[in-house]
Design a protein around this ligand. Structure first.
Ligand code: COA
Length: 349
């Protein structure tokens, strides 16, 4: 069984830079608060029209395909991870197939939020190992700026997120011990409502605490989206930040150790850790717990905020483009996010 290797990698971020000072104009917040709590200085926002989760993904994909030395015609499967799809359905994968004029190949969307890319990579890895596909395009892309509450009410969420996309091309490698060595995926659905966007959805108050979503029968009759939902800010993401923080700093190191143990490696073998860019403080906690030097952990949340499914492939691309990842290096990707979901991928580059 061949391992899957990352044969090409790409990223795309929109041109528009939005600083913390820009956000001060819309809500009661400050550059000092945001930097102190999250490390974020600025993020990118996509154009309101003409730039979507899919179009950003396509730009990242073009670069990944070019870097793999192949053409879009040679891709035989698409996996697209996002929480902010262009349409509620169909998914973004089919829009990529259309936009890139690809053959009538399969396309799969993955809905695992900040862990989306690691989950998508794991799925692609299995298809390559089984011999089913030879060139898989894995994309992580999110356009948050379209769905955030920019009033003071939504400040704990809106200051964190940014837009962007990352992509890789997976191919089989016959080199022993090279490529994706293992992936490890987890979830704890008990925490589903702690970081979530409840609507549009079919829950009709069933799962969600009434304080968070108290709709009367008449309103429930008009699901998915009603005026009442908008009035109650139910069209925006909800996050209990401190609960997310506490769990992330436990589960990310656990996922890294699980990957190392499975491959009989130690933390000292990690050449580069790419943690999901949720919060610089979370990354620093994880680094400290694993005892890794600064040069072995890559962070770019300062410039992009949390781009959810795109955060790991964007950071991976930049670390690679800056020459910080070399052949044979052990690279660990580790994620945590809504669900809760978390996971890791260990790669020998
Ligand atoms: N600007 C200014 N003040 C803000 C603010 C903002 N953007 N957001 C929240 N606050 C205020 C709160 O209203 C609260 O005020 P109060 O004490 O008067 O009630 C105070 O800051 C502290 O809020 P709290 O939520 O306890 O802050 P925190 O120290 O936990 O930091 C997060 C908030 C969101 C930065 C932090 O919890 C976090 O990063 N959690 C993880 C989030 C994450 O990673 N999400 C994505 C996961 S994939």
């Amino acid at each position: 069984m061949p391992n899957a290797r990352i044969a090409g990698i790409g990223m795309y971020v929109p041109e528009q830079v939005v600083t913390n000072f820009d956000l001060e104009k819309y809500m009661e917040t400050s550059d000092a608060w945001i930097q102190e709590r999250t490390g974020i200085k600025e993020r990118r926002y996509a154009k309101r029209t003409g730039e979507t989760t899919t179009t950003m993904g396509v730009e990242a994909a073009k670069l990944a395909i070019k870097n793999a030395g192949i053409t879009a015609d040679e891709i035989d499967f698409i996996i697209f991870a996002t929480l902010s799809p262009d349409y509620y359905f169909p998914g973004c994968g089919v829009l990529v197939q259309r936009a890139m004029k690809m053959k009538e190949i399969g396309a799969l969307d993955v809905r695992n939020q900040c862990s989306g890319f690691v989950y998508a990579l794991s799925v692609g890895d299995q298809y390559i190992r089984s011999g089913m596909y030879k060139n898989i395009l894995v994309i992580g892309s999110d356009k948050h700026s379209f769905g955030l509450d920019f009033s003071t009410r939504g400040r704990n969420v809106s200051v964190i997120f940014g837009d962007g996309a990352g992509a890789v091309v997976l191919q089989p490698t016959e080199k022993e011990g090279q490529g994706i060595l293992s992936t490890h995926l987890h979830c704890d659905g008990n925490s589903a409502e702690i970081l979530a966007m409840y609507n549009p959805g079919t829950h009709a108050n069933y799962w969600v605490d009434e304080k968070l979503a108290d709709f009367d029968d008449a309103e429930i009759g008009q699901m998915f989206m009603s005026h009442a939902m908008v009035d109650k800010a139910q069209n925006f993401p909800f996050m209990d930040g401190p609960s997310v923080f506490k769990k992330a700093i436990v589960k990310i190191p656990e996922a890294v150790m699980e990957a190392l143990d499975a491959n009989k490696l130690a933390t000292t073998d990690i050449d580069m850790l790419i943690p999901h860019q949720a919060n610089l403080r979370i990354s620093q906690f994880v680094q400290q717990q694993l005892g890794l030097p600064d040069s072995h952990v890559y962070n770019n949340i300062q410039r992009y905020g949390n781009t959810t499914a795109a955060s790991i492939p964007i950071a991976l691309y930049e670390a690679w483009a800056e020459g910080k990842i070399k052949e044979n290096d052990i690279v660990c990707l580790a994620s945590f996010g809504s669900g809760f979901t978390w996971g890791s991928a260990l790669i020998r580059w």
